[in-house]
Design a protein around this ligand. Structure first.
Ligand code: G3H
Ligand code: 13P
Ligand code: ZN
Length: 312
């Protein structure tokens, strides 16, 4: 199967009450882990690439790795998506360079400017058979070039979504309902709670429209523990409870973004291996343990959180 857009995936996910996992890829081991898990569980998948990933691994290497993964897993639909495109130019570069989906992140702009830049990307993308995700509202945390302080963060306003979607012609919309990027999402001692009231209000305003959740890692405590027991220092790392993500996946949320959980799994495997046997210096010995953890994380998400097993 060649790379696909997310149109069909989202339609089925909306109707079926599940979500598609969008996992960030930065190197070969991560691409292999995600697509092997998805292939074995017969799940559609989105592989997403940030500006930072392109800088680290190079656009062409990433596209070729994804092509290899498609060849190895021919039976599942795979979309290749630009995560947090900061401007028209990076979106154009990915559209021209073989991606099937791009995100234009205009969430740092005032409403009218966000509409303007999103519309421009949509026009170019649609003319080239590529779909577009945009963002309304601000997530607390760091999103590539888009820095937002916690005080600045603001939930998506349901009053704005209909006008935004109609005027831009965008294909999916990322919203802010309490998730954030990274491994420190909630203050210790507080109860993590997503704003389902806002999500349901948005669903009413734009029925049948696919919603995206960024910052949806759950920060598995078993990996945090392994990291900290093997020389790491991740204090008070807290993620989104998985039961809340499962609830979101049953609603209009069709795409759930996960990066930090993969990083934690990979790092836990590498640290545990190197601390366990200080004589090791063959990268394959520790990367294969990290890769196995990433695969286990993705398999767990597909089966127990997203509900996308068997939906390929
Ligand atoms: O939303 C951000 C993603 O986790 C990508 O992070 O910019 O460090 O690649 P990155
Ligand atoms: P996490 O940091 O919660 O994994 O979020 C990743 C993300 O939203 C990528 O766009
Ligand atoms: Zn994000």
């Amino acid at each position: 199967m060649a790379l696909v857009t997310t149109t069909e995936m989202f339609k089925k996910a909306y109707e079926g009450g599940y979500a598609i996992g969008a996992f960030n890829v930065n190197n070969m081991e991560i691409v292999q882990a995600i697509t092997e898990a998805a292939g074995e569980l017969n799940s559609p998948i989105i592989l997403q690439v940030s500006a930072g990933a392109r800088k680290y691994a190079n656009h062409t290497y990433l596209v070729k790795l994804v092509e290899a993964a498609i060849q190895e897993n021919p039976n599942i639909p795979i979309a290749l998506h630009l995560d947090h495109g900061a401007d028209f130019d990076i979106c154009k570069s990915c559209i021209d360079g073989g991606f099937t989906s791009v995100m234009i992140d205009g969430s740092r702009f005032p409403f009218a400017e966000n509409i303007e830049v999103t519309k421009k990307v949509v026009e170019y993308a649609h003319a080239h058979g590529v779909v577009v995700e945009a963002e309304l509202g601000k997530l607390a945390g760091i999103e590539d070039d888009v820095k937002v302080s916690a005080e600045d963060s603001s939930y998506t306003q349901p009053d704005e979504v209909e006008e935004f979607v109609t005027k831009t012609g965008v294909d999916s919309l990322a919203i802010a309902i309490g998730t954030s990027h990274g491994a420190y999402k909630f203050k210790p001692g507080t109860k993590p709670q997503l704003r389902f009231d806002i999500l349901h209000e948005i669903e009413k305003r734009i029925p049948q429209f696919p919603i995206v959740l960024h910052g949806a890692s759950s920060v598995p405590q078993e990996y945090v523990k392994i990291i900290n027991e093997n020389g790491g220092q991740l204090k008070d790392a807290i993620g989104v409870p998985e039961d809340q993500l499962r609830e979101a996946a049953r609603s209009a949320v069709c795409k759930i973004n996960i990066d930090s959980d993969l990083r934690l799994g990979l790092t836990a495997g590498v640290r545990q291996t190197l601390f366990g046997d200080p004589s090791i210096f063959d990268p394959r010995d520790y990367l294969k343990v990290g890769r196995a953890n990433v695969k286990a994380v993705v398999a767990h998400k597909i089966k127990d959180v997203l509900g996308s097993e068997g939906k390929a």
